[in-house]
Design a protein around this ligand. Structure first.
Ligand code: GLV
Length: 337
């Protein structure tokens, strides 16, 4: 049997490419940094059985229709909002992702953002670098709230939300959470209290977002929600940019509806130079790097490659997104290896 043809939209870390090479004929877009253009993607995918893509590659019905042999879309990310899942399922295309392997990286980063925004760490660094540390020590300089005893509201108690709670436990904070699914086992295990979103927004000193981007979570945090938050509260987003209405957030930060925000994700990425958010002092901005530990990025490569190869072997992949596809095109019908 000829080897399956696979397109990889970026040079991903090892052992990803080695795993793929063992079983497939791979064509790799020769860049670590830049995605293929849409035209190139559509051209390259034409004769492929599988694609390993990144969150920057929009895989919609048009792309799928350009690839009549396509059996699997494996994304090197836990989020899959860049893939039209319904269109894939309808076409019998398996979609896989990388849950679990970046959970700790994102949770650790979230803790970092919480500390950085509340304790003004970046602002402090800038003050020294700009030669503005020109007064002796005093009790009022760069103060911020202590975490101990405060309430942290977790929106979305999935893997990353739960890991964030676990890592924050040592700070002796109280936790409330909101999710469309109530998880009583996690409530007992982690000591988190289930509340509705409105209560969470009203009671929390820090609101941290950990929901996937779907049509239901698009602009979940808008003007109305920001107005419910305490003027002393902070908003943290390591999920997806469009979960927050950026225009409303800018207004909230400018007019003091909330104290500040720490954002790793944006409605538009990269964030355009000179964007209004970059002009505000009460916000920390990082360029979508919450999962950027060396370990997580290697595990993502391994899992995304293993997912893809598993499907083409006719085996259940470790992390299938669209389980319904098993009824549309069973695994023995996609087996090529
Ligand atoms: C990163 O944002 C991911 O979805 O893996």
């Amino acid at each position: 049997m000829p080897k399956p043809k696979v397109y990889v939209t970026r040079i991903i870390p090892e052992p990803g490419l080695s795993i793929l090479k063992e079983y497939c004929d791979i064509e790799v877009h020769q860049s670590k940094e830049w995605p293929p253009s849409r035209e190139e993607l559509i051209e390259k995918i034409k004769d492929k059985d599988g694609i390993l893509c990144l969150l920057t590659d929009k895989i919609d019905a048009e792309v799928m229709d350009a690839a009549p042999n396509l059996k699997v879309v494996s994304t090197y990310s836990v989020g899959f909002d860049h893939i039209d899942i319904e269109a894939a399922t309808k076409r019998g295309i398996y979609v896989t992702h990388t849950p679990g392997v970046l959970t700790d990286a994102v949770a650790e980063f979230t803790v970092g953002l919480i500390l950085a925004i509340t304790r003004r760490i970046l602002e402090a660094d800038h003050i020294i670098r700009n030669g503005e540390w020109n007064k002796p020590w005093n009790p009022y300089f760069l103060t911020g709230p202590e975490l101990k005893g405060k309430t942290i509201g977790i929106v979305g108690l999935g893997r990353i939300g739960r890991a964030t709670v676990a890592k924050l436990k040592g700070f002796e904070v109280n936790f409330v959470y909101y999710d469309v699914y109530r998880n009583e086992a996690a409530e007992k295990q982690l000591g988190v209290k289930y509340v509705d979103l409105e209560t969470l927004l009203k009671e929390s000193d820090i609101v941290s977002l950990h929901v996937p981007l779907t049509k239901d979570t698009y602009h979940l945090i808008g003007e109305k929600e920001l107005k419910m938050m305490k003027p002393t509260a902070y908003l943290i987003n390591t999920a997806r940019g469009p979960v927050i209405d950026t225009e409303a957030l800018i207004k909230a930060l400018k007019e003091g509806w909330i104290a500040g925000a720490a954002l790793d994700v944006f409605e538009q990425e990269p964030l355009p130079t000179g964007h209004e958010l970059t002009k505000l002092d009460n916000v920390i901005l990082t360029p979508h790097i919450a999962s950027a530990t060396i370990e997580a990025r290697q595990r993502m490569a391994e899992l995304s490659a293993t997912n893809l190869v598993s499907v083409l072997k006719g085996e259940m992949p470790p992390a299938l997104v669209n389980k319904e596809v098993l009824n549309v095109r069973p695994l023995d019908k996609v087996k090529m290896i």
